[in-house]
Structure formats: structure tokens, C-alpha cells
Design a protein around this ligand. Structure first.
Ligand SMILES: [Zn+2]
Length: 424
């Protein structure tokens, strides 16, 4: 009996490679998706909003009831468009900086340092939601919409500004400003040019209603939404409650400080191609994922996994299964094994390559990842081109199963996130 157990144990060991090192990695640093705003620019916006509010017809003002914005009422400000494929589309690079000192004094709502300030005195005043893993491609294809977090009246819009910024500067952004029933105002910034709602200043918007699409206009280093909330007196409100922010949490569903998630799990013919900026030599540029879901025996298979909020010690169990569900490859991955400078990144991407055997069984294979209690699956075919459509169906079903599990878990207040991605 002991001998049998030993064999079983060694059998498991031989099929799980504990350290299949990734070939390349991509890491999101705090300033990869960041922004700044000069006091002059900020004052200009506040004057513009004041002027617009004064010009609103009286009947619109009358609809703005002087009530308190209900705590726990904000809805998720992003929604996947119908053309989004993947498990998740975002990460959060920076929260509000609660430490008024600068530079180099940073405290987020949870007493961590996921924020920034600068020498000019700017303390990051909003929450940065970035597109991941292909920010420029996702922006160009309008895969992620910005939607109203709360109902209100549009009190300002700016559009038509350059939207492929890759650096800080003093450029004007594209933005929509929504005033809520309690007269707080939400700023939705860095939108893609020409993607803003057609609704005019003074029009009502419902929670979840489309305001525009994520871009990189204004002083911005890459495509992200900067969501900023203002009190009636102009003070910044951080809608996240934590040990370093005593005010009430305003989100309908309280969001975790870290949300370890696999955004993408995919197969490729070559390594996905990333870009440093959305512009190269004066021309627009975007990432090239080089997706491939159909392979021949003997071909090289690239595996890519992208995460948001990945921390040392969180193990992912990867496996590649043959059509009969037997395991062809299995390996465990831990960020800690990479010896990187930080134990946590708000966005990561990793790839591995494998050569399929010349006698690889034909049919539908799966790439699987178990991470933080969630299973992610991507299907691909080997051989027969006939089975490709079947693979697409299976992959879609697997993806939906994961989405449904997440939506059922109640961590997504916005039904649009769950519903819209269900019908690609
Ligand atoms: Zn920001």
C-alpha cells in the first residue's frame, strides 16, 4: 500500500512542472496609467461647470433635488462592449492620495501606497481604471464603455481633444461631468475623442448609461478612466472607505482593495506584441495579440495569461489538456518565483511556449488556469479545421461559465458587466 501511494505521488510530481518559467513578462507600474492636472486647468474646469450650472434652465435645476447621495449607491463605472472577449478588462493603477504632503507622501484609502503625487503639489485626486492587457487596441476598438455611476444631470462636456497621450502635459482632456441629486459632481476623464454621448448639457442620465469610451486624452500616460468625485464645496471625495478614509463607502457593492483576477487566458501563434505608446513615428499604433486557436501537430503554441492585482504567494495551477481530458502539460506559477522588485502588481502578463508533439491527438484541447478559487478555460484545436467552430463554441461556453459564476457571486453590482459580455 505504501508502495502504491509512493507511485501515485511520484506520478503527480512528474506531470506537474513546478517552475516552468515564463518567457517574457509585462508589468504595470503606477505611472503606466496615470495623469495630472495643473491648478490652472482645474480652476478652468470648475469655472466652466459653475457657468454651465448657472445657465441650466430652471426646470432642470428643479429636478436636481437637494438630497444626500445615498451611501452605497454608486454603480461600477465601466461596462464591456459587445466586442469584448476575455474574462475581465480592467485593473486599478491608482487610488486617491489622502496625504496632503508632497512629493513622495502617498497614502491611499486603505493606508497603502497605490497612488502618487508630484513636486508641483498634485495629489492624485481620483481612481484610475486602466484597460488590460491590450490598452490601445481595446481603446481603438471601443471595447470598454464608461457609464454613469449614479443618475444625474450632465453639467459639462469636452470632446475633440487628442486622445493618444503617452505622457504628462497640459493638454485638455475629453470628459463628461455629471451632477447628482445631492449636488456632488462626478468627473469622468481621458475619454476617447468623438466617443462621448450625444446628450447635451442639462440632459439627465441614468445610472449605467453610456457616457463615452475609455481613451488617453489630456495629461495621461495610457488609456484609462480617471473617476473623480467632488463635494458641493469642491472638496475631493474618495468613494472608497478604508482605514485611511473615514467617510462612508459610496459603492453599491464594496470593492476589495486587491481583486486577484485573470483578465485573459489565450493561445497564440507568436508572442503577443505590446507597444510603448499608442503613437509611433507620428502614426497611431496598437498592440497585436496574434491570437491563434487552431494549430497543427508539431506547431509551437504560445500561452498567454494576463492578471490584475497579482501578489507573491498566489499560485496559479496551469494545465493543457488533450481532447480526452488527459493532462499534457501542467505547471504552477507564482509571481514570487520571478524575483521582481515588488511583491504586488496591479497588472501583469506572462507567456510560455510549448511545441505540440508530432503525433498530438487531433481535436479540441483546453488551456486551463486555476487561480484564487476560480477556474479559467480557453479551448483550441489541433488538426482538423472542421472542429474549429466547435472550439469557438466551447471556448465561449467556458468563458461564459466563468462570467456567470462571477456574476452570481454578487461582486458585480452592474448587470451590464454580466449581461453585455454574455452576448459577444
Ligand atoms: Zn487619475
Amino acid at each position: 500500500m505504501r508502495r502504491l501511494l509512493f507511485f501515485l505521488f511520484s506520478g503527480v510530481l512528474s506531470s506537474v512542472a513546478l517552475a516552468d518559467a515564463p518567457t517574457h513578462h509585462w508589468l504595470v507600474q503606477s505611472d503606466d496609467f496615470a495623469d495630472e492636472m495643473s491648478p490652472i486647468r482645474r480652476a478652468d474646469i470648475e469655472r466652466m461647470l459653475l457657468r454651465n450650472r448657472l445657465l441650466l434652465p430652471r426646470h432642470v435645476e428643479a429636478m436636481v433635488l437637494p438630497a444626500q447621495i445615498a451611501p452605497a449607491s454608486l454603480q461600477w463605472p465601466l461596462a464591456a462592449n459587445a466586442n469584448f472577449i476575455g474574462f475581465d478588462y480592467h485593473g486599478i493603477s491608482n487610488f486617491v492620495d489622502h496625504d496632503a504632503r508632497f512629493p513622495g507622501f502617498v497614502t491611499d484609502y486603505s493606508c497603502g501606497t497605490r497612488s502618487y503625487d508630484n513636486a508641483a503639489g498634485y495629489n492624485h485626486a481620483g481612481t484610475d481604471y486602466f484597460l488590460w492587457p491590450y490598452p490601445w487596441l481595446m481603446m481603438d476598438q471601443q471595447q470598454v464603455a464608461i457609464v454613469a455611476a449614479a443618475p444625474g444631470v450632465i453639467v459639462g462636456k469636452s470632446d475633440g481633444n487628442f486622445d493618444r497621450s503617452c505622457a504628462m502635459g497640459n493638454a485638455e482632456w475629453n470628459a463628461v461631468y455629471v451632477q447628482h441629486a445631492d449636488n456632488t459632481v462626478a468627473w469622468y476623464g481621458h475619454m476617447k475623442s468623438g466617443s462621448l454621448t450625444n446628450k447635451l448639457i442639462g440632459a439627465n442620465v441614468a445610472a449605467g448609461e453610456l457616457l463615452g469610451f475609455v481613451g488617453s486624452s489630456g495629461s495621461s500616460t495610457a488609456p484609462h478612466l480617471h473617476f473623480e468625485l467632488h463635494a458641493v464645496n469642491g472638496d475631493i471625495i474618495d468613494p472608497r472607505h478604508g482605514q485611511c478614509n473615514a467617510s462612508a463607502d459610496l459603492w453599491a457593492v464594496m470593492q476589495p482593495y486587491e481583486e486577484p483576477t485573470i483578465n485573459a487566458l489565450s493561445t497564440h501563434s507568436v508572442e503577443p506584441e505590446f507597444v510603448a505608446c499608442g503613437v509611433a513615428n507620428g502614426q497611431p499604433e496598437e498592440e497585436n495579440p496574434a491570437y491563434q486557436d487552431a494549430f497543427e501537430p508539431g506547431a509551437t503554441l504560445w500561452v498567454f495569461a494576463a492578471y490584475h492585482d497579482q501578489r507573491n504567494g498566489e499560485i496559479t495551477h496551469f494545465s493543457i489538456q488533450r481532447p480526452d481530458h488527459s493532462i499534457w502539460q501542467a505547471w504552477d506559477f507564482d509571481l514570487a518565483s520571478e524575483g521582481l522588485p515588488k511583491p504586488f502588481y496591479s497588472g501583469t502578463g506572462w507567456d510560455w511556449s510549448y511545441v505540440l508533439p508530432a503525433d498530438a491527438p487531433l481535436g479540441m484541447w483546453t488551456l486551463n488556469a486555476e487561480f484564487q478559487g476560480q477556474t479559467y478555460t480557453h479551448a483550441f484545436t489541433v488538426g482538423s479545421s472542421k472542429s474549429r467552430d466547435l472550439a469557438a463554441v466551447a471556448a465561449e461556453r467556458a468563458r461564459i461559465a466563468v462570467l456567470l459564476a462571477r456574476c452570481r457571486g454578487g461582486n458585480l453590482p452592474l448587470s451590464a458587466d454580466c449581461i453585455s459580455t454574455r452576448h459577444p
